[in-house]
Design a protein around this ligand. Structure first.
Ligand SMILES: Nc1nc2c(ncn2[C@@H]2O[C@H](COP(=O)(O)OP(=O)(O)OP(=O)(O)O)[C@@H](O)[C@H]2O)c(=O)[nH]1
Ligand SMILES: C[C@H](OP(=O)(O)O)C(=O)O
Length: 214
């Protein structure tokens, strides 16, 4: 049976940390593009995706449940009543691959956690979801490991560059342009005029329409 993949998604005014380089409509388009990449990866890994959306949203490849409550509250409601294994995977992982997702849901442990850049948590797979709850924001990876230990659940830390790379800040766009060739997110960045900038010794991004390195 397909494993339920819950993908939290904020369609309206998402990715505010990219406001310095993208307008709201551009951030919304970029968030949808990243979501498409995540959906393709989870579906190819054999999961059945459900978008847990903060507002009305439709997608041809996923069931949508609308819950305007906060991220933790809405996810914990889902976990408390779920009877089967659940994968929670964020919508901002455009480098995700079916292999990486497959490795996570194939864990021998009772659960697996994929850390994100900067202390966050990018994906959680739990075989007995009602024994677990989430606590996102801040150093959520540390909190999620502690919650697993308190619940007595064995937990594998998923070692995956592709699941580790969540796109929050402008510097993260570099990873999409380099490692996400062929992804919807990379095409979206390209259409918005973003390209690599290698002028100052460190790779950054520039926007062709603006010219200056961002
Ligand atoms: N269901 C739900 N999903 C959320 C909520 N806030 C963020 N998300 C989703 O959770 C994931 C990780 O969130 P963030 O990295 O903080 O994304 P964001 O809130 O769009 O970005 P920032 O505004 O820059 O913090 C993304 O898939 C978001 O779409 C929320 O309140 N409810
Ligand atoms: C939701 C949050 O995302 P971040 O702000 O770390 O991308 C987290 O992973 O706890």
């Amino acid at each position: 049976m397909a494993i339920d993949a819950i993908i939290p998604f904020k369609p309206k005014n998402p990715k505010t940390r990219l406001s310095c380089i993208m307008e709201q409509d551009e951030r919304e388009a970029f968030a949808r593009a990243m979501l498409s990449d995540v959906l393709a990866a989870v579906r190819a890994a054999g999961c059945a995706p459900t978008l847990l959306s903060t507002g009305p949203f439709e997608h041809p490849d996923a069931r949508v449940v609308v819950d305007p409550a906060g991220l933790n509250e809405s996810l914990n409601r889902v976990l408390a009543t779920a009877q089967e294994p659940v994968l929670i995977i964020m919508a901002d992982l455009p480098l995700a691959t079916p292999e990486a997702v497959g490795r996570m849901i194939g864990t021998d442990a009772q659960m697996a956690i994929a850390p994100g850049l900067g202390g966050g948590t990018n994906a959680i797979f739990v075989k007995e979801p009602s024994r677990y709850h989430v606590d996102y924001y801040g150093a959520s990876f540390c909190k999620h490991m502690a919650i697993a230990a308190e619940a007595g659940l064995s937990c594998e830390v998923t070692d995956s560059f592709r699941l580790h790379t969540d796109v929050d800040e402008k510097e993260d766009l570099v990873e999409v342009l380099i490692h996400g060739q062929g992804s919807a997110a990379c095409r979206c960045l390209d259409s918005l005029g973003f390209a690599l900038s290698i002028e100052r010794g460190r790779v950054g991004v520039e926007r062709r329409t603006h010219k200056e390195a961002l």
